[in-house]
Design a protein around this ligand. Structure first.
Ligand SMILES: Nc1ncnc2c1ncn2[C@@H]1O[C@H](COP(=O)(O)OP(=O)(O)OP(=O)(O)O)[C@@H](O)[C@H]1O
Length: 273
C-alpha cells in the first residue's frame, strides 16, 4: 500500500491553438500524504486549473499517471461509470459554488442525491454533514439562492464529504469570499484534513491563503514547476527568481502596478520568453 493518498507522475497536457500549441502542463509530478495539503500557485495561465481539471477527469492528459491510495486511475476511460469511479476518489470544489449546485434542490436533497449517486449509505448523515461544515440543521431546507456565498461554499464542501473521497481539489475555492469568511473556510478545511486524512490540492493565486492551508507548495510557470517545497520555506525564502517575483507582486502597502509590470518584463527578458 502506498504511503501517499495522491501520486501524480509525469503529467503532460498541450492544447492546440490555431496552428500551434500551448503546453499547459509539462511533466508535472508530486505526491500528497494522508491529511496533507499541497498548494498550487502561479500567475494566470500557468496551468493550475488544467492540472486540477485533469485530476477530476474534465481534461484528459496526453501522458502521465495518477494513483489514488496506490490504485492507478484510468485516465483515458470515458463514460458515466468511469466518471463516477473517479469522482468517488477525487472531488472538486470550484470558485463559484452557485454554478455547481443544483438550484432546484434543497441542501438536504443535494447531499442525499450525492450519497445515492455514489452508493454511500445513510440519508441520516445529512445532519452530521451539515454540522461538520458548520451549518445549522435548518439550512438543510434552504435552496442555494437562500444562502450566503460562504454558506454555499460550505454546502459544496459538505457535498464532497458526503461522497467520502480520498482527495479534494479546491480551485480558487475561497477567492470570491470576504476575508473573515475565507478564514472560516480555511479553518474548516484544516479541520477536515486532520480528522479525515483527506488529501487537499489547493489551487490559488493568493499566497497568504495558500500559506494558511497547505504544507507544501508547487510554483507553476507556463505549465512547468519552477519551485516546490514546504510552503513556509518557499514563501519566506524562495529560491527561484520567478517565485520571488510572484511574492513581490502581491498587492500590499505601497503596491505599484507599474513596478510589477516592469519587473515582470525584466524577468521574461532574462528567461528569454
Ligand atoms: N481548452 C483549452 N484550449 C486551449 N488552451 C487552453 C485550454 N485550457 C487552458 N488553455 C491554456 O492553457 C494554459 C494554462 O491554462 P490554465 O487555465 O490551466 O491556467 P491557470 O494557471 O489555471 O490560469 P487562471 O489562474 O487564470 O485560471 C493557458 O495558456 C490557457 O490559455
Amino acid at each position: 500500500m502506498s504511503e501517499y493518498v495522491l501520486e501524480v507522475d509525469g503529467l503532460q497536457k498541450a492544447f492546440r491553438v490555431g496552428a500551434g500549441e500551448v503546453v499547459a502542463c509539462n511533466n508535472v509530478s508530486f505526491t500528497i500524504p494522508p491529511g496533507g495539503s499541497m498548494g498550487l500557485v502561479g500567475e494566470s495561465g500557468s496551468g493550475k486549473s488544467t492540472i486540477a481539471r485533469m485530476l477530476v477527469g474534465l481534461e484528459t492528459p496526453d501522458a502521465g499517471t495518477i494513483h489514488v491510495r496506490g490504485r492507478q486511475l484510468g485516465l483515458q476511460e470515458r463514460g458515466r461509470a468511469a466518471r463516477l469511479r473517479r469522482a468517488k476518489e477525487i472531488q472538486m470544489v470550484f470558485q463559484d459554488p452557485y454554478g455547481s449546485l443544483d438550484r432546484r434542490l434543497t441542501v438536504a436533497q443535494c447531499l442525499d442525491q450525492a450519497m445515492r449517486l455514489h452508493g454511500v449509505s445513510g440519508s441520516a448523515r445529512v445532519a452530521a454533514l451539515l454540522d461538520q461544515v458548520g451549518l445549522l440543521a435548518k439550512h438543510g431546507d434552504s435552496k442555494p439562492h437562500q444562502l450566503s456565498g460562504g454558506q454555499r461554499q460550505r454546502v459544496a464542501i459538505a457535498r464532497c464529504l458526503a461522497i467520502e473521497p480520498s482527495v479534494m481539489v479546491l480551485d480558487e475555492a475561497v477567492s470570491a469570499l470576504d476575508v473573515s469568511v475565507q478564514a472560516q473556510i480555511l479553518a474548516l478545511l484544516n479541520e477536515i484534513r486532520a480528522s479525515s486524512g483527506i488529501a487537499l490540492l489547493f489551487v490559488s493565486h493568493d499566497l497568504a491563503v495558500v500559506s494558511e492551508v497547505t504544507d507544501d507548495v508547487l510554483v507553476m510557470y507556463r505549465g512547468s514547476i519552477l519551485e516546490q517545497g514546504p510552503t513556509g520555506r518557499v514563501l519566506n525564502a524562495p529560491e527561484s527568481s520567478y517565485t520571488k517575483l510572484l511574492i513581490s507582486s502581491m498587492p500590499g502597502p505601497g503596491w505599484d502596478p507599474a513596478d510589477v509590470l516592469e519587473r515582470r518584463a525584466a524577468f521574461e527578458a532574462k528567461v528569454g520568453v
